[in-house]
Design a binder for this molecule. Sequence first.
Ligand SMILES: Nc1nc2c(c(=O)[nH]1)N=C([C@H](O)[C@@H](O)CO)CN2
Length: 116
Amino acid sequence: MDKIYLNDLKIDTIIGVYDWERHTRQTLRFDFIFDWDIRPAAQQDDLQHTLDYGLVAEKVVAFVENSEFQLIETLAEQVAQLLLNHFPITRLQLTLTKPVRLHGQNQAKIEIVRSR
Ligand SMILES: Nc1nc2c(c(=O)[nH]1)N=C([C@H](O)[C@@H](O)CO)CN2
């Protein structure tokens, strides 16, 4: 299957379980891989026949900027379901990266794959 990538989407939001995180916005990074047959768009050179990654980014930014979840798991799941509900995507992989300062770590990351 062909793939469309949307990488390094950075969004500020409220996320986290600790008190300071409930009133301090943090920058999350989103990376997506969408299964998508690119041939119809390639044959007609027409945006109408493909997944417009600009629209996907707008949808994700609007949702994440206004969210206030505690866990990155919850946010990742909600974003995946949002995209499956709004676009004819059959399968997506989402990697969500959060900055952390824990025992020398500087990133926490989760990866999920969802399909309809
Ligand atoms: N599996 C998870 N573990 C932790 C999360 C999380 O979202 N999922 N979050 C935190 C804190 O909010 C941390 O990111 C603060 O730096 C701790 N563990």
